[in-house]
Ligand binder design. Structure first.
Ligand code: BEZ
Length: 239
C-alpha cells in the first residue's frame, strides 16, 4: 500500500553569530539592499503579524516615537509584515491621521516597512512559525551589528506587544559590551557595575581575589567594576 507521507515545510533561521541573510526588498521608504545598505550601523529588523491590527498599531506608534532615540545609538529600525506595499502605506497614514496611543498622536513612521507578500524574507529569517500562524509573521526582533552579524534575537507571540525599553536596553548593553570589553549583568542599565571577563587561569583567579584596583569580586569567577554612565553614553550615543 502506498504511504501517505505528509511533508512539513521546515524553514531555516539565522542564529546568533550568523551573517544576516541577504535580501532586496520594496519598502515604504523605497528599495533596500539588506544588510549592505546598513553597513556600519546597527539594525533592528522586526516583524509584525499584520497591518491594521491593534497590537501592531500600538507597537508601531511606540517604535516610531523612539526612532530618533535609536538613531542616536547608531541604530536603524526596519519593519516587515506579510502585507503589500499599498496596505502598508494606507495603515501608516491611518496611524498618523487617526490613532492616539499612550498619549502619542500624529506619529509618522519614518523607518522602512518591508512588503513581503510572498513571505520570502519572513521565511528566510524564521519569522513564520507555523505553530503560531501559517500566514502571519510572529513578533521577531533581530539585532544586527555594523558588520551584518546577528547578535541577538527575541521572539514574541501574536498576542504579546513588545517592550521597547527592553529592546533599547539590550542594544545599549551589547554596544557597551563591545566598546568596553565587558559583560552586563541581569537588569543592567548604564551606570550600573559591569562584569569583567572570567579568570582563565588559576594565577589570574588568585590575582583577582587579591586585587584592590577597582575590581569587586564576589568570588574568583564573578568580578565586577564600576563603569561611569556618562562614559558609556558619550561613547555610544551620537548627536
Ligand atoms: C494585533 O496586532 O492586534 C494582532 C495581530 C495578530 C493576531 C492577534 C493580534
Amino acid at each position: 500500500m502506498e504511504s501517505l507521507e505528509v511533508k512539513e515545510e521546515v524553514s531555516s533561521m539565522p542564529r546568533i553569530g550568523d551573517k544576516a541573510p541577504i535580501f532586496k526588498a520594496v519598502t515604504t521608504q523605497g528599495e533596500i539592499n539588506f544588510p549592505e545598505d546598513y553597513k556600519g550601523k546597527w539594525v533592528i529588523l522586526f516583524s509584525h503579524p499584520a497591518d491594521f491590527t491593534p497590537v501592531c498599531t500600538s507597537e508601531f506608534i511606540t517604535f516610531a516615537s523612539l526612532d530618533e532615540k535609536f538613531n542616536k545609538a547608531n541604530c536603524k529600525l526596519v519593519g516587515l509584515s506579510i502585507d503589500g506595499l499599498y496596505s502598508h502605506i494606507a495603515w501608516l497614514r491611518t496611524i498618523k491621521d487617526k490613532i492616539e496611543f499612550n498619549g502619542l498622536k500624529n506619529v509618522e513612521v519614518k523607518f522602512p516597512l518591508i512588503e513581503d507578500i510572498t513571505m520570502e524574507i519572513a521565511k528566510k529569517y524564521g519569522m513564520v512559525q507555523p505553530g503560531e500562524s501559517k500566514t502571519q509573521a510572529v513578533r521577531a526582533v533581530f539585532f544586527i551589528d555594523p558588520e551584518g552579524i546577528v547578535r541577538a534575537i527575541i521572539y514574541y507571540p501574536l498576542s504579546l506587544g513588545r517592550n521597547f525599553d527592553e529592546i533599547y536596553r539590550a542594544l545599549i548593553a551589547m554596544q557597551t559590551a563591545d566598546a568596553f570589553k565587558v559583560a552586563t549583568p541581569a537588569d543592567w542599565y548604564p551606570g550600573d557595575d559591569v562584569i569583567v571577563s572570567p579568570a582563565g587561569t588559576c594565577g589570574v583567579a588568585e590575582e583577582r581575589m587579591a586585587s584592590t584596583d577597582g575590581l569587586e569580586c564576589k568570588d574568583w569567577f564573578f568580578c565586577t567594576k564600576e563603569l561611569d554612565k556618562d562614559e558609556v553614553l558619550n561613547t555610544i550615543l551620537k548627536e
